[in-house]
Design a binder for this molecule. Structure first.
Ligand SMILES: [Zn+2]
Length: 278
């Protein structure tokens, strides 16, 4: 009895974290506690940041996503607004080396699109940006996510990518290889705010979790949800596919916080990691 109680206490303090890991580097998440009598609003530039009550008195947590393009020689600046006053915080950043990755895509048009593809591509990238920029009110019970597909996650977040030897944007999510038709579930509750058949992302779904946290699921074969539908954590949203720019069937999973794509693995309860991933 004592032993299990002790274990439970240890587990709660070490692994029961419902918050993302503090990872103050490009592609990571800053978790910063601030003292304040009332709940402050926080901004990075014009972008509103997630603020949650801390378990300490008069304390709040700022949870900020850091862009993969963030310069690490500049501190991450946060403007805090408390009542009528505002103050600036400058948070230290760490370096993080991401490797290069060279991929070969058979469909050259998916690497160097034709002129006639550009209107569609621009329209889809606007729809993606709008979905990822959402900041909707929500009270979180927990921010801890589960895996959308029950397989190992490839360690390919942030890699500087070359398609058919041409430099393209860094890989802003993680890939999970699985056969076409494998179930994809919502890693956290939210609302389906955007979906469609996109040029690069293939069949894609965006889930708004609230307070600037939005996730995306690419290259799907099938949808099991409709736009504007609410989904619970663990609910099926569709199936793995190989649509869009792919080398084979897999789920590309992206997580955006305050408009910055961050490493989705930072949102796992630590107990959800396999030993290798932890
Ligand atoms: Zn990917």
């Amino acid at each position: 009895m004592m032993r299990s109680l002790l274990f439970l206490l240890l587990f709660t303090s070490l692994y029961g974290l419902d918050l993302p890991k503090n990872a103050p580097y490009p592609g990571g998440v800053i978790v910063k506690e601030v003292k304040s009598k009332e709940k402050p609003k926080a901004y990075h530039g014009k972008k509103e940041l997630m603020v949650l009550p801390s378990d300490k008195k008069d304390s709040y947590l700022i949870i900020a996503g850091i862009s993969l393009n963030q310069k690490i020689d500049k501190a991450y600046s946060v403007t805090l607004q408390e009542g009528g006053k505002s103050r600036k915080l400058r948070l230290e950043l760490q370096d993080k080396a991401y490797q290069k990755q060279y991929l070969v895509i058979k469909d050259e048009r998916k690497v160097s699109p034709k002129k006639m593809d550009m209107k569609r591509i621009n329209d889809e990238s606007r729809r993606s940006r709008e979905a990822l920029a959402l900041f909707t009110p929500r009270k979180f019970v927990s921010l801890s996510m589960e895996k959308p597909v029950d397989v190992d996650i490839r360690d390919d977040f942030g890699k500087r990518r070359y398609f058919n030897k041409k430099p393209r944007r860094p890989h802003s999510g993680v890939d999970m290889s699985a056969p076409v038709g494998t179930d994809i579930v919502a890693p956290l509750g939210g609302k389906i705010v955007e979906m469609g058949a996109f040029f690069f992302n293939g069949n894609v779904i965006f889930i708004d979790h609230g307070l600037g946290l939005v996730s995306m699921y690419c290259h799907m074969s099938k949808f099991s949800v409709k736009k504007e539908q609410s989904v619970k954590k663990g609910e099926k949203i569709g199936e793995v596919g190989a649509t869009g720019r792919v080398t084979g069937p897999h789920l590309h999973w992206g997580v955006s916080l305050n408009g910055s794509m961050v490493d989705p693995r930072l949102f796992f309860a630590r107990s959800a990691y396999t030993k290798k991933e932890r």
